[in-house]
Design a protein around this ligand. Structure first.
Ligand SMILES: [Cu+2]
Length: 464
């Protein structure tokens, strides 16, 4: 494609986001009803009434599970690819492409061995397809447009049908103009529960899942830049940024499973505070108990899914976040000079008399920016938006809180508020005397001097 064609295509892609292709009712007759979600809240676990094989349903952080229709033993789902507006944080909405009203799309949840039929209706302004990432399926169902099928044209509905042959954690996303469509947020989660529960594997009490997301949205704008390769500025769990990301709640002693999928352009080392966990599932499915390995951080590479489990046996509010520190920041401006150590000497205040919106990175670090009370451009959010019981949390973006409480009911997923620490268990400011600690005696012996000969023949002395 030539340069002109490329830019024309880019323009069509973004401008098209505002026009929704309409479909006649008759074109959808006989298909499963379209179920959409109007907001970015976390839906509770969805338990089907006809659960032939009992399983613990997953909870998608700031997402939901798509209900199916049972048709002669086949689980039928209806996905609608369409432009959506996703509220990533209060006051910060982004024009995205997604499925069934939200981005990421709804989680598909089935049982190993299920026959699954997925109707995919395309309400995007361009052709799409769906690839069922990680699944065993007939070649013609794999969703790579051009290779496995014709693309799903605008306004068309395609049917995918296959058996969910192996249990595990999966994802779905387009394989059609994917740099545009995935940069715009087209992706979703898929969980296949095992048909026969591994009797050697301990029972799980809560099962959470979410996707990792990156967008490049200029502060004040509303549509992601689809040409960005690495320099993204919005990082989130399931296309939400802290503090809008739901907490993971657990009753003290619960075995908690967390499934994470990565369809961004970089890896994310996900770190849990206060607990060790085991990696209990990879792209290839569940890891048998004897082969699981302990971690406190697990790196999730691009295109990978990881499933971790831990016993929530430490009460409290524990951070859980990506350990790339810029990924726990909100809308970063990347061209700001670092001025740590520089004494501004009130310069900013004097410049602000002339330019009220003038700002620089704080001379003590980024906390300064929170104190500056600077006006934000329209449609963005502060870099570190979270405030805890003891002040600003200092993290946002790919960050949430694991809340472990003694008195939570098993089916309660609501936010229990901040943890009240027992007396004398919190870091404190030292104000008084402590007993004198014994120290080694300092003598007047001469200080040893090491003589080092440099390759160039020069001579240097290093003494301590
Ligand atoms: Cu990250």
């Amino acid at each position: 494609m030539d340069r002109r064609g490329f830019f024309q295509k880019g323009l069509v892609g973004v401008a098209g986001a505002v026009s929704v292709a309409t479909l006649s009712k008759s074109a959808l007759a006989g298909l499963p009803d379209i179920v959409s979600k109007p907001d970015a809240s976390t839906a509770g676990p969805w338990t089907p009434t006809d659960q032939a094989v009992p399983y613990l349903p997953v909870v998608t952080l700031n997402g939901w599970t798509l209900p199916y229709r049972l048709n002669n033993g086949v689980k039928e789902f209806h996905l609608v690819a369409e432009p959506v507006v996703r509220e990533m944080a209060p006051g910060f909405s982004v024009n995205m492409w997604g499925y069934n009203g939200q981005s990421p799309g709804p989680t598909i949840e089935v049982v190993e061995g299920d026959r699954v039929r997925l109707f995919v209706t395309n309400r995007l302004p361009e052709a799409t397809s769906v690839h069922w990432h990680g699944q065993r399926l007939p070649n013609g169902m794999d969703g790579v447009s051009g290779l496995n099928q014709r693309p799903i044209g605008v306004g068309k509905t395609f049917v995918y049908e296959f058996d969910a042959r192996r249990p595990g954690t999966f994802m779905y996303h387009p394989h059609a103009d994917e740099t545009t469509q995935m940069a715009m947020g087209m992706m979703g989660f898929w969980v296949t529960h095992p048909k026969v529960v591994d009797q050697n594997a301990p029972k799980v009490d809560r099962d959470y899942c979410f996707l990792l997301n990156a967008f490049d949205v200029e502060p004040g704008s509303k549509t992601p830049n689809i040409n960005t390769m690495l320099d993204f500025n919005i990082w989130g769990f399931n296309s939400t940024v802290y503090p809008s990301i739901s907490p993971l709640v657990a009753t003290l002693g619960d075995r908690v499973r967390v499934r994470v999928g990565n369809l961004t352009m970089t890896n994310h080392p996900v770190h849990v505070h206060g607990h060790e966990f085991e990696v209990t599932g990879t792209d290839g499915g569940p890891v048998p108990p004897g082969a699981r390995w302990p971690e406190v951080t697990t790196d999730i590479a691009v295109g990978q899914m990881r499933q971790i489990e831990f016993i929530a046996d430490e009460p409290g509010d524990w951070a859980m976040h990506c350990h790339k520190s810029h990924h726990t920041m909100g809308a970063m401006g990347h061209d700001v000079s670092t001025l740590i150590g520089l004494n501004h000497g009130g310069l900013v205040g004097r410049i602000q008399n002339l330019l009220p919106d003038y700002m620089v990175m704080g001379e003590r670090g980024m906390y300064d920016m929170k104190e500056m009370q600077m006006p934000l451009p329209l449609n963005t959010f502060p870099m570190m938006a979270g405030t805890g019981p003891y002040g600003p949390i200092g993290m946002g973006g790919m960050f949430t809180v694991l809340k472990v409480r003694e008195d939570l009911k098993a089916d309660d997923y609501s936010d229990p508020g901040w943890y009240k620490q027992p007396p004398n268990t919190q870091a404190y400011e030292w104000k008084g005397q402590l007993p004198e600690a014994p120290r080694a005696q300092v003598t007047d012996a001469p200080v040893a001097v090491a003589s080092v000969r440099k390759p160039g023949g020069g001579h240097a002395n290093h003494g301590h």
